[in-house]
Design a protein around this ligand. Structure first.
Ligand SMILES: Nc1ncnc2c1ncn2[C@@H]1O[C@H](COP(=O)(O)OP(=O)(O)OP(=O)(O)O)[C@@H](O)[C@H]1O
Ligand SMILES: [Mg+2]
Length: 263
């Protein structure tokens, strides 16, 4: 008898992640040299959205990638069926990072990272053309070749068409290809997925995306990782300060206080 697919259950699927110090073989080597990784402790995930923020190089992608590997996802991106590998450079953090799951199983899971998105799109096209691949995979992504759309169009098509309710999704800088208007559409779509039982962990630099209210924001910093309120993030404060008076902000930046910005 064919096995019946289990009925999708809403999240949360992930409860927390913790670093197990006794599994760290070389504390003096990358990635344990990163303050955020060393001081990771235990991160309790929000049932809907957990954001990772922090300076470039603070370790957000390293932790997200280790979580993806721990969950059986391809470190370069994609679903569980993706096992292509263009540069085997992921750290061994997954060996010491325990990701605690609830008893609920996601109906779908996907790791999407802006920096290797091109390779994910190529893998989707390869699977679509594979005669043993089981049919038109591209239909699940909106039906149009991802390489024949712009970076932002195809990234958004994947997000809107391929993701669903009751799924677990890890996203690394989803804003990278998206215009401000598309980032707002991204927020609306994120809200829809969360309302249908999906859970997200998102590394981002976008002050727009970070505004999602049903979320915990973790800041990766020199002392480790700690929760922070939206209005206390650097993203919110710097953007707000700049937009409140761009001319003054530019004069301060250029060291030309008192002079017009353009002479
Ligand atoms: N294989 C590696 N060996 C040594 N150092 C590495 C390795 N991979 C990454 N790093 C370093 O680890 C640090 C953290 O990188 P990571 O990509 O996690 O940062 P990030 O917080 O995602 O930054 P960004 O905001 O720029 O995406 C960086 O300084 C990076 O150069
Ligand atoms: Mg990164």
């Amino acid at each position: 008898m064919p096995r019946r697919k289990p009925t999708p259950t809403p999240g949360p699927f992930l409860l927390h992640a913790e670093l197990l110090p006794d599994r760290v073989a070389h504390p003096d080597r990358f990635p344990y040299t990163l303050p955020a990784v060393r001081g990771l402790g235990r991160l309790a995930f929000h049932p809907k959205v957990t954001f990772f923020v922090g300076e470039n190089g603070s370790g957000k992608s390293t932790v997200l990638e280790a979580m993806a590997v721990g969950l059986g996802l391809n470190p370069e991106g994609g679903s569980r069926n993706f096992n292509f590998n263009t540069h085997a450079s992921h750290s061994r953090l997954d060996e010491a990072l325990r990701v605690a799951k609830s008893h609920r199983h996601p109906a779908d899971s996907y790791f999407l990272r802006a920096e290797s998105y091109f390779n994910v799109a190529s893998e989707i096209e390869r699977l679509d053309k594979d005669p043993h691949g089981g049919g038109r995979i591209i239909d699940a992504y909106g039906g149009r070749s991802l390489h024949e759309q712009s970076h932002g169009e195809s990234f958004f098509a994947l997000f809107r068409n391929r993701f669903r309710g009751c799924g677990l999704y890890l996203l690394d800088e989803p804003e990278a290809a998206l215009s401000p208007t598309r980032q707002l559409q991204f927020l609306a779509t994120l809200h829809d997925y969360c309302g249908r039982g999906s859970q997200f962990v998102i590394a981002t630099h976008s002050p727009l995306i970070l505004a999602y209210p049903d979320a915990t924001i973790f800041r990766f910093g020199p002392e480790g990782i700690a929760p922070v309120a939206y209005t206390e993030t650097e993203h919110y404060l710097v953007t707000r300060g700049f937009l409140a008076n761009p001319e003054r902000a530019l004069r301060e930046l250029f060291g030309t206080d008192g002079e017009p910005v353009v002479s």
